[in-house]
Design a protein around this ligand. Structure first.
Ligand code: BJW
Length: 247
């Protein structure tokens, strides 16, 4: 790993008031496709068709095929060394807050007990009639689009463009960002709001903000430190090698 600042080393060793915000790049090395760019999920499926309520209203079967393929893919992947390093670090420092835009459940699969999911979950469904949401891990569904017991169509319990994020989840993420001493932003293009605004919230409140990403993003110039490279290599080196100080 490239050289890190003394301040980052100290904050990692202290392990207090640490917030981690992850995006699709966090899961890339597990074999999960990111959204944007070559080979991304939206290369063949226009975003307005599969990631908006209007797209779902227009063609629910198309949207469900998109999500069913992702559910099948997720069922066959596992957390990588970066997920495990974060989970191990969180176990050693129980106050760490893990916030993710991902819907794949890989942080939980790695052993992180509490994950704030800003954009929902692939393994949850919601009734289009009464809005009731619940876990549903059937892969594959017996038929698409899947139906609720009440007969109404189900939808994925995810957040599409133009929809509000789960209020309590975002409030917790925002509050933790305001209290953060160290804010790690990992594997996100930082294009989608309000999640992309959290690093600035943390920074304004005095946190040391560190971006971990192989590519530059719109916030690269605004963060305090950039670690260029894949999460699966950087996180074990950053979090695993730092001794826990005596308290
Ligand atoms: C690696 C790597 C490796 C590769 N290691 N890194 C302010 C300004 C402008 C617009 C808005 C604004 N506020 C709100 C908006 C509108 C809109 C928005 O942000 N639009 C922008 C695109 C312009 N936001 C919304 O609509 C949000 N809702 C909202 O604001 O509601 C307001 C409201 C209030 C009250 C009532 C009603 C409404 C909702 C946003 C929902 C986003 N949903 C999605 C789909 C979720 C379900 C699903 O997964 O299918 O979330 S869109 C998609 O983008 C998904 C992701 O979570 C999100 C972010 O993508 P992410 O994770 O950054 O992935 P990529 O692919 O973009 O980037 C991957 C990165 O990884 C790259 O940088 C790589 O380099 C890197 N990488 N390998 C580390 N190994």
């Amino acid at each position: 790993m490239q050289q890190i600042s003394q301040r980052l080393a100290d904050l990692v060793a202290r392990g207090r008031d640490v917030v981690v915000l992850t995006g699709a790049g966090m899961s890339a090395e597990s074999g999960v496709a990111t959204f944007r760019g070559a080979g991304g999920l939206w290369e063949n499926e226009p975003v307005e068709r599969v990631a908006t309520p209007e797209g779902f209203a227009h063609d629910p079967l198309r949207v469900w095929r998109f999500y069913e393929a992702r559910r099948q893919q997720i069922a066959g992947v596992a957390p990588h060394a970066g997920h495990r390093a974060l989970a191990d670090y969180a176990a050693r420092h129980p106050g760490i807050v893990t916030v993710t835009q991902n819907i794949d459940g890989l942080h939980q699969a790695a052993g992180v007990e509490e994950v704030i999911e800003l954009h929902g979950s692939l393994m949850r469904v919601r009734c289009t009639r009464d809005g009731g949401a619940r876990e549903d891990r059937r892969v594959p569904f017996p038929a698409l689009p899947p139906r609720c017991d009440c007969g109404a169509m189900l939808r994925p319990d995810v957040v599409w463009f133009g929809e509000a994020l789960p209020e309590a989840a975002f409030a917790r993420a925002h509050d933790a960002s305001r209290r953060a001493a160290l804010f790690l932003v990992i594997g996100t293009s930082a294009l989608v709001y309000p999640a992309a605004g959290l690093p600035a919230v943390a920074s304004a409140a005095g946190a040391w903000v560190v971006e971990i990403n192989p590519e530059p993003t719109p916030i690269s110039d605004q963060v305090d430190e950039v670690l260029r490279g894949p999460a699966g290599a950087i996180l074990p080196a950053l979090l695993g090698a730092v001794p826990t100080p005596d308290r």
